[in-house]
Design a protein around this ligand. Structure first.
Ligand code: UN1
Length: 479
């Protein structure tokens, strides 16, 4: 069995412990043994990053462009192979996985360009003969803690801006998907960065994550994951004066109005709710439908959900891959039970699917006759489970859409310019989608939410520099 080590200070370093990376489509398939770092290794990585930040922080925009561009080029060249690895370890379908790899490449290309475009400002002082310069500097060492549902794109959208703006990085990927992070790091290791600029420390949150969060040497922490962990991290990092950026859950509404194109609306709902097995913080988990289209909508979405082909992530016929692991599978099933107990009507799915091999296969679950107060409409499931809420009109739909602790992505299907414009303005979310699924975002524009979904600066696009740089104001008297 192949063993995969951590990458610290420009060296591959063995660990005392390794964990199996198991394919959720076929539990007999072990992808490899991946290092599980000790606290000491996490420390070494932070020290290496601190040392490297002096060197890389002084690099030129050309150095930064060259490294990022080289990484992107190799990601594109190896997209099919990396996509297969991703599908195998995480369970999203091969086209989704390859698409995600391409997204990672595009992100590195985008930030290669951004490295060349970092500008400052020159302002006249209020005092005579004095100029004021506003410039951006690297933060120093950035700690990155990434989730299992986007094993390569999320590491990419945190690593790429970090190094484009001259920082060094310690990344701890989710243990379930170490393979993609390891492969990305291996590509990065050949990009000409100074030793220690990017360090990979695979391992548990309790060991590695805690060291990153606690270390005074880590100037900023960017985290994507659950609300509970995010809030704990925020409290610790803020208490020691560090910068923090959190992307957490969602309970994203998709509003369908009477005048919506039925095919578009059903397509948005099915894609948004069930693709990537519903394991996206941008998933459309609350489908809010006005009464004039309700019956036609339910008939069509039920038929389409029922027809979705669940199977092995790497089988070309599969539309919905397995749930990522046993723990998540049990969580999903538990939510199905709770919804049934609270009186929601299950119109399809919600049971284990038999796909001929041992894996965490679940038939996408669609509930109707649900009310906004039900648990299923309050808590994030993070699985192939969606619920429909019937409302009278647009105003009620908007009220229900905003009635949530989260605020990441909010969608509406309508042909009305009036309602789409109003929704865009009044939706309490970081992102609004009109006639598009709530999930599936571009790579060159800001990403993030409000309320319980996000905290701190936006990720991605040129807005990423707010988090990955520090502003300096210099006063110069031409004496
Ligand atoms: C997308 O919908 O394209 O963890 C991206 C997540 C998000 C990314 C969603 N941070 O699901």
């Amino acid at each position: 069995m192949d063993k995969f080590d951590n990458y610290i200070g420009g060296q591959w370093v063995a660990a005392d412990k390794y964990v199996e990376n198991i394919n959720p489509s076929d539990l007999s398939d072990v992808i490899g043994l991946y290092a599980s770092a000790s606290k000491e290794q996490a420390h070494e990585a932070i020290d290496a990053a601190e040392k490297a930040s002096e060197v890389w922080g002084a690099s030129t925009p050309q150095d930064r462009f060259n490294a990022l561009d080289k990484i992107a080029t190799e990601i594109f060249e190896r997209a099919a192979e990396l996509g297969e690895l991703l599908a195998r370890e995480e369970g999203k379908t091969q086209p989704e996985a390859t698409g995600e790899v391409m997204r990672a490449g595009q992100i590195f290309k985008f930030f290669a360009g951004e490295a060349l475009r970092l500008t400052g400002e020159l302002v006249d002082s209020v005092r005579p003969e004095v100029d004021v310069e506003i410039t951006r500097e690297p933060v120093g060492v950035i700690g990155l803690i990434t989730p299992w549902n986007f094993p390569i794109a999320i590491p990419a959208w945190k690593i790429a801006p970090a190094i484009a703006y001259g920082n060094s990085v310690v990344i701890k990927p989710a243990e379930l998907v170490s393979g993609s992070a390891w492969a990305l790091t291996e590509i990065i290791s050949r990009a000409g960065l100074p030793d220690g600029t990017v360090n990979l420390v695979m391992g548990s949150g309790r060991v590695v994550g805690e060291e990153i969060v606690a270390s005074e040497k880590v100037g900023a922490v960017s985290f994507t994951g659950s609300v509970g962990t995010g809030e704990m991290i925020r409290n610790k990092v803020v208490a020691r004066g560090g910068k923090i950026q959190l992307e957490m859950g969602g309970k994203n509404p998709l509003v369908v109005l009477d005048d919506a194109d039925l095919d578009t609306a059903v397509n948005c709902a099915v894609q948004g709710a069930f693709y990537s097995t519903g394991q996206r913080c941008t998933a459309s988990s609350r489908i809010i439908v006005t009464e004039g289209i309700y019956d036609r909508f339910i008939e069509k979405i039920s038929a389409e959900t029922e027809a979705l082909r669940v199977g092995d992530a790497r089988d070309a016929n599969t539309q919905i891959g397995p749930v990522v692991d046993e723990a998540q599978f049990n969580i999903d099933m538990n939510y199905v039970e709770i919804a049934l107990k609270e009186g929601a009507k299950l119109v399809c799915g919600g049971t284990k699917a038999d796909c001929g091999k041992e894996g965490y296969y679940m038939k996408p679950a669609l509930f109707i006759d649900t009310t906004p107060e039900m648990t299923i409409n309050k808590e994030e499931v993070f699985g192939p489970v969606a619920s429909v809420i019937k409302v009278k009109d647009y105003e009620e739909a908007l009220k229900v859409a905003n009635d949530t602790e989260f605020g990441l992505s909010s969608g509406i299907c309508t042909k009305s310019l009036k309602y789409s414009r109003d929704f865009k303005r009044r939706a309490k979310a970081g992102m609004v989608m009109v006639n598009l699924p709530t999930a599936g975002v571009d790579y060159h524009v800001p990403f993030g939410g409000r309320k319980g979904s996000s905290y701190g600066n936006r990720e991605q696009g040129s807005y990423a520099k707010e988090f990955y740089t520090i502003v300096k104001t210099s006063y110069i008297w031409a004496q």
